[in-house]
Design a protein around this ligand. Sequence first.
Ligand code: TPP
Length: 582
Amino acid sequence: MKTLELDKIEKAGRQPISTTGSLAVIDALLSESVTTIFGYPGGAIMPIYDSLFGFRDKLNHILVRHEQGAIHAAQGYARVSGKTGVVFATSGPGATNLVTGLADALIDSTPLVCITGQVFAHLLGTDAFQETDIINITTPITKWNYQITDATEIPEVLAKAFYIAKSGRPGPVLIDITKNAQLQLFDYIGYRPCIHVRSYRPNPIVRPEYIEQAAKLINEAKKPFVVFGQGIILGNAEKEFQSFIEKGNLPSAWTIMGMSAIPTDHPLGVGMLGMHGNYGPNFLTNECDVLIAVGMRFDDRVTGRLDKYAKQAKVIHLDIDPAEIDKNVQTAVSVWGDCKETLPLLTNLIENKSRPEWFKEFEIKKEKETTTVIEKELNPTEGGLTMGEVIQVLNELTNGDAVIVTDVGQHQMVACRYAKQNKTRSNITSGGLGTMGYALPAAIGAKLGAPEREVIAIMGDGGAQMNIQELGTIMQFQPNVKILILNNSYLGMVRQWQELFHEKRYSFTDIQSPNFVQVAKAYNIDGRQISQREELREGLKQMLDNPSSFLLEVAVLHEDNVFPMVPQGKGVAEIVLSKEEI
Ligand SMILES: Cc1ncc(C[n+]2csc(CCOP(=O)(O)OP(=O)(O)O)c2C)c(N)n1
């Protein structure tokens, strides 16, 4: 993009022009085609906000109600749009309020550039007002961070920040800029995007011999099984992945982060992996002969006890991050590379085989899960509402076209188990860090990142109260976000563990909530509370049909449990379908 500063430089015959550090920040954002910023101002970032004032028509700044809201909103924005999320925060408490979101974005590979203000350089290390050493605080939770104390560094450092955030395995970058650097006039010669950083290899060269070895293993396999993660979505390789599994006729299961990379009703999709994933894919991980992992990182919630994980299988791992290969699971063949590049090479070499017996095993397990768990969860006829039936009716009303943003807990697991999703980038959740309070701000960001899509935030009554202040952001900026609170009057997931593993000692998990509908109404957001089965469809319809944001609180069963479950410390084949089996 041609920016205003560049215009001036061209007019000046490509001579340096005198500009401030803060205008150079704005110029960097415009050059990187940033259109949306989530932020909150304060003393140490005021020069940047002052420069932003003149560019409000080009840069849509969303004033959140808490910096944690800003960073989760930027995450939601990045996850649905594939762009880099941008955050502004001031020094001290503004910056430390970003910590949870940075950790979340790092573990979930979300590209962010966070710009924090910092005290004047001459005050650094003096315990100045709102001084905090955000660089040391965030070093282990950023892909890269850097402090700028001189304006001349701004263009190059920001270019590097955007490059590092988005390239290779994406992640969050934090750039801390002292106030003097923001105010400083310097000779500016324009913004140059970064395309290379020494010793950083985000695009590895693919080695054909490993592709050949992987193809040979797949072609010889009797029971091949694909497990895939978010790498497919991050690599925009959904089509390549679908061609791969379709050509090989390979049963494929997703991690929570990989969900929606293929439609959830794809005939080769055998369900979700993980502690509360589906019975078949978890159990049969320990029956396959070749396990093909694509863009996933063998998280412990997926593997269960590692020494009991897929020991019989030869493992092929395709990943862009070499640090993930052989980290948790020993591979027979590793294919280091961008799966958009590696998958078509592999597809070329694999054979199409029908494997009726192997697919039958998945079907048998699915039937068992359906009769013992799914049927009761989705189609109860008496008693209180279940979370599953809420998701089931929502599927019918949205036809699987909505972006589902979940918080953390039982509702998250139930939503991910049962939501129908037709399009990629439809499942936005805090997978790796499990951050309660994520959903409401992330949904705001998701709506801004994909305005044409229906965005539904699904939360528990606990998590709903963790960033509830972001209703104020919705009131002011009017993103059309639907808010669905599944209220079981407990911190449900912790209560479930207390019931199953702590002899039902419910230690501080019964939580009181405000009248959520009244709270929403105080923020000018319409809402409704329902508790009866007869009201469910009509209540959800009212929410979806409302032309603007709407909060629907559904009172669900208080002590329902999410099954199946791979109990902590157990192997994936020790997955249980009910509490009696524990
Ligand atoms: C910030 C944060 N604090 C604590 C936890 C631990 N935790 C995981 S699930 C959960 C309960 C969530 O309760 P609620 O939001 O009501 O959802 P439910 O499980 O009932 O669906 C808690 C406390 C967490 N994941 N995140």
